[in-house]
Design a protein around this ligand. Sequence first.
Ligand code: MG
Length: 210
Amino acid sequence: MTTRAIRNIYCVGRNYREHAAELGNAVPEAPMLFMKPSHAAAAMDGSAITLPAGHGAIHYEAEVVLHVGRDYREGLTVDELVDRFALGLDMTLREVQDTLKKKGQPWLAAKGFRGSAPLGPFRPFPGAAAIRDTSFALKRNGEEVQRGTTGMMIFDLQTIVDYCAMHYGLGEGDLIFTGTPAGVGAVADGDRFELLWDGEEAGSCRFALV
Ligand code: MG
């Protein structure tokens, strides 16, 4: 898919226990959602993605990303609703986010900048149960930094789509970033990143901090 066809980009925060802990955050009692503009999307096709320099550390967060293939109706299962999925990175200006949190202000500046939603190629979604134990991983400059499975999530995929649909609406062309496992860290100019699904490459890019 081209990034032009993307509508809303929802993201779930703190959906893996060890990631919430590594940032000193409490585990939420309900899915914690925020959004990125569709303009944040960037294809992880091996080329360079430009990120904003001069605003403090930019963290990578490897996540499973759902593509919603039809408009939501009550009672639809995640398997009926989601037609494709990809791996992606929820890029975060961490120091900006810390400041916004302290002030109680919205996260847009920390999470919604251009290039903040790199996406690997989408593939058919075989169902929530089928992918539950399949590992996804992220390599930075050839070294693994993150690894997880959707089975490790605090809120499972069905809970996330139901919550999203009920409170904000869900329709064809929407994406959901479903949260990141532990191991997030900062990007340096020129770093190469590779996402892996079940050990196979599922998107790569180089970051240019400009
Ligand atoms: Mg995230």
